[in-house]
Structure formats: C-alpha cells, structure tokens
Design a protein around this ligand. Structure first.
Ligand code: BG6
Length: 474
C-alpha cells in the first residue's frame, strides 16, 4: 500500500538503543561475578576476550549521560545471571545486585526507562556443568533467577524481556558460543529442542511471575524475527519458505502468545524423532504465560527455496544469525539478488522490515517494540576525533522510515531500540564490528584509552528523537 499520508510516531514512542551484559560490561570475572558460557568458550580466531569489552561496568555513568544527551527514552540492557548468582543458583553476589541497582537509578535520574533483558546468551558456566537447559531443573533455576530480579528491581523496572533470541540459541548455538550437547547424545535435534522446550516453559513461568510480583510490570519475548520470502512463486518454494518461517519465527511467537507448538514445527520434530518430553504441568504452564507486548530483533529478511532430497548441494555450515543455511527436504537458503549486503555479508532489507512488522502484528495483535536493528561496520576514528558513519545513518534512516510505514499500516509500535547504544563485542566477529552511536577507543587487542566519542550517527539520532521521527535528514 502506498500511503497518501503517513501517520506520525505516537507521542510516547520509546526511542532508545540496546546492549547486552556480556558484550558491553567487561569485568567478566571480577567483582564477584562467576563465569558464564561466554567466558569459558573457545574464542573465535582473531577476536578479543570479554574481560574489558566497552568497560561499561566502570563507565556506565558516562555512558548513560551520553544516552541522555541523545534524548533516549529507554535503554535496553541485560542482567548477567552469573553476576547476580555466581554459581547460577543459591549464593547471591551483593556487588552484582548493587551494580544493576546503580545502573537502573542512573537511567531513572535522566528519565530513561530501563528495559531489562533477563537472559542474553550467557548461561552461568556452573549451570552448564549441571546440564544447562537440558536439565529439567533449568526451568526452576530460571524462575528463581527471575524472582531475584523482580524482588530486587521490580519497584523501578516495569518493562522486561525474557530470553534474547531463543531462536538463535536453538538454530545457531555453535556460532554464538551457547551450544551445550551432553556427552553420549545420539539425537542432537531432539536434545536441542528439549532444551528449547525448557526455555519456553521457563519463559512462560517468568511472565506469570512478573505479573504477580511487579506492580504495573509488562513483559515480552525478544526473538530474532526475519520474515522468510520464497525464492520464486514455484509452489514448492512457498512451502519451503513456510517451513523456515515456522521453525525460525512462529514457533517462538506462537508459544509466547498462545502457549502452543506451531503445527509445522511439531511435525518436523516428529519426523526427526525429536518431539520434546513434557513434564507434568508443562502444557498448562505454557498456556498460562501471557506477554504484554512483543519485542523482536530485526536485521534482515531470509529467502529460501525447496531442497529436494536428491539435491546434492552442500549448504554452508558456517551460517550465523542472518546468513543462509538449509536442510534437505525442508528448505534451502537462497541469496536474495534484490538486496545489497553489509561489509559482513548480511543482507539489508528495510522494506522487509515493514513486511515483518505487518506480519507479526497481524498474527498476534500485540504492541511491538524493536529490540535490535542496526549495521555492523569497521568505523574509523579521524585525527580530530570524529567518526563519519554516514552508512549507518543511511541504514537506520531507511529502517525508521519503514517503521513509520508500518505505523501507517495500523501496526501498534511502542518503540525502537537499535543495536547498539555503544560499541561492544560482537557475538563472533570481535569489537571491530561496530554498531554503536558512541565510539569506544579501543581495537581488538589494544585497549587504548577506552575514551568515548560521539559518532555522526549520534548527532543524527539525537535530532530524530528530538523531532519524534519527523526529521530524518542529515
Ligand atoms: C543479535 C544478538 O543476534 O545480533 C546480539 O542479540 C548481537 O547479541 C547482534 O550482537 C549482532 O550480531 P553480531 O553477530 O554482529 O554481534
């Protein structure tokens, strides 16, 4: 639909940006924090460890002041489980509790709403040693962790996100350093979807708990949603795109919103002898959880075609969150020739962003908040302390324009939190893959000054927020 007149952004639209604890904080094994799976994983070649990151742990005051200068209404960050509970359960690290208390208070000082992700790719290593999400007790571990967060911060934090990109944990765990497969496992798909099931039940219980414990609390999921296109109008390609849509997207949202397994996913799991075991009470628990909104991360769309059983093509095993992969008889990743890519090979599709928002809203009818969207690039600090990231401005402009298109389509949009507020360590491509509005003066292995610099996108986004999205010009 080409609108004659676009509707404005709502008056209380939540402009802000996002980070995650293990990627931004540093202090990964100090101040009482226990290791997470990220701290003990084998680092991708050529990428730095997580002991410093952007040093947000020590510099959060300066960082929040810069976010306030941009006019942020909201700051999305995550709480590190092993900072609060070094062994994942039991003993509480008071220093960790205090750190997030201070961070939250600092946001509130500037009227920035804290939007807290409860779990972002960082399972405590001590819980991995006890079987991670494959242990049925993991549901209770997460519920206890949720209780501690709601008790400690629920008086001030009213917006919560459950599990960041549970779909990526399930689909590309090895790339983001989160895959846990117990010894002796004979059916990896069954194992992974059993873990996924435990996360789904844990999430549903956390939603119920949030409503019980946090006065006025609102909570939602935060999967990575990429609408999947069919490579052609061949009916078999359409079926393949529905397959990937189901396993990548709708499984997670059907579960969060309706508490039921998507039927295409369930039959896929049956085919692989991989349907999850339900513990007594699981079905009911899944039905009881109700999100107040849907948070979702969007980087681009996906495209796929049919993958006949006798097709000998080998699909790349190096796929990450946004690159192609496939499975014989189900779908085959396809490079969309209509889209350009970033320096890191991720397709760029702003119009697909609108299509994704329309699709999510028409399926679930809940308000949406974009919890990630952004461009990773090799930024350069000039001698006079500038960062001319016009490519990022262009990317964000194109995407924000599509948010307004979606609003004009009748989609209820609550806010926009691109990735990332400040430069931080990428999941597997190091800190030189930068996303932030705020530049951090460090390289992959040379920590330099860690000073903060305002990128050109910083000034641009400030104006976007000031005008509530009306002025997107340079
Ligand atoms: C999302 C994650 O998948 O994408 C973030 O939620 C991540 O943690 C972001 O950093 C960008 O991906 P990457 O791989 O470039 O860091």
């Amino acid at each position: 639909m080409i609108h004659k007149q676009l509707k404005p952004f709502p008056k209380d639209f939540l402009w802000g940006a996002s980070t995650s604890a293990y990627q931004v904080e540093g202090a990964s094994l100090t101040h009482g924090k226990g290791p997470s799976c990220q701290d003990v994983k084998e680092l991708p070649e050529g990428t730095s460890g997580l002991d410093v990151c952007a040093d947000h742990y020590h510099r959060y005051k300066e960082d929040i002041a810069l976010m306030a200068e941009m006019g942020f209404k909201v700051y999305r960050f995550s709480i590190s489980w092993s900072r609060l509970l070094p062994e994942g359960t039991g003993r509480v690290n008071q220093e960790g509790i205090d750190f997030y208390n201070n961070l939250i208070d600092e946001c509130l000082k500037y009227d920035i709403i804290p939007l807290v992700t409860m779990f972002h790719f960082d399972m405590p290593a001590a819980l991995d040693a006890r079987g991670s999400w494959s242990n049925p007790d993991s549901v209770q571990w997460f519920v206890d962790f949720a209780k501690l967060m709601f008790e400690s911060y629920g008086d001030r934090v009213k917006y919560w996100l459950t599990i960041n990109e549970q779909n990526m944990l399930t689909l590309v765990g090895p790339v983001i350093g989160t895959l846990f497969i117990p010894e002796g496992c004979t059916n990896e798909i069954k194992e992974i979807y059993q873990q996924n099931h435990h996360m789904l039940v844990a999430q549903a219980k956390a939603m119920v708990l949030c409503h019980e414990m946090v006065e006025g609390g609102k909570i939602g999921p935060a999967p990575n949603i990429s609408l999947v296109y069919a490579a052609s109008c061949k009916p078999e390609d359409v079926i393949a795109s529905q397959n990937l849509n189901a396993i990548r997207n709708w499984l997670y949202l059907d579960m969060s919103v309706y508490g039921v397994y998507n039927n295409i996913v369930w039959s896929y799991l049956e085919e692989h002898d991989a349907t999850p075991e339900f513990a007594p009470g699981d079905a009911e628990a899944l039905k009881n959880g109700h999100p107040d909104f849907i948070g979702f991360n969007y980087y681009n769309t996906a495209t796929c075609e049919a993958f006949p059983i006798d097709d000998e093509t080998v699909q790349s095993s190096a796929a990450d969150q946004q690159t192609q992969r496939g499975e014989k008889g189900f779908y085959k990743g396809y490079r969309n020739p209509n889209l350009v890519t970033t320096e890191f090979g991720w397709e760029i599709d702003p119009v697909g962003f609108r299509a994704t928002m329309r699709e999510i809203y028409s399926r679930y009818r809940l308000p949406l908040i974009v919890t990630e969207n952004g461009l990773g690039a090799y930024d350069k600090l000039t001698e006079d302390g500038k960062i001319h990231d016009n490519y990022r401005i262009e990317y964000l402009r194109q995407h924000i324009m599509q948010v307004q298109e979606a609003i004009s389509d009748g989609v209820e949009m609550m806010g926009y939190c691109p990735w990332s507020a400040i430069d931080l360590v990428s999941t597997h491509e190091g800190i030189v893959k930068r996303y932030g509005f705020i530049y951090v003066d460090r390289d992959e292995f040379d920590l330099k000054t860690l000073n903060r610099y305002r990128k050109d996108s910083f000034f641009w986004y400030k104006k976007v927020i000031e005008t509530n999205g009306q002025d997107l010009t340079d």
